[in-house]
Design a protein around this ligand. Sequence first.
Ligand code: CU
Length: 146
Amino acid sequence: MQKLPVRFLHMFTTVWLLSSVGVTIVDGAEPSQSGPPVVIPIAADGVQRATITLDSYSYTPNHLIVEAGKPVELTLTSVTTIVPHNFIIKDPAGSLSVEQDVRAGKTVTITFTPTQRGIFPIYCDKRLWPTPSHRDRGMEGKLEVR
Ligand SMILES: [Cu+2]
């Protein structure tokens, strides 16, 4: 019985600290949803160009279809006012590794050429401890290379 009040006090302090910095831990992880697949058009110069909107916590569109062996140019536009995000594509086998920070309200353009066919995860790994990562909140998608 001696330790109980201390634990409650600790819990209270933790909740208070989180509240004081405006963090909400109640909403937790939302189920991630895959939007409609978008076939990125190939421009006359052979580049596959698309614009992706980054928000908290989503990419729009988030299911991208591209052709292997042709360059992909993505314009990443953040519409947040405070929250920084990033854009990561990883092939676990190593054929593709993209990682780009996108600060609040900024637009960044990235270029890469996928070489392997497959479906690769896109996600944001930003996280404000101890809340779930942005990916866990639904900020993810996929790159489908055909
Ligand atoms: Cu993010």
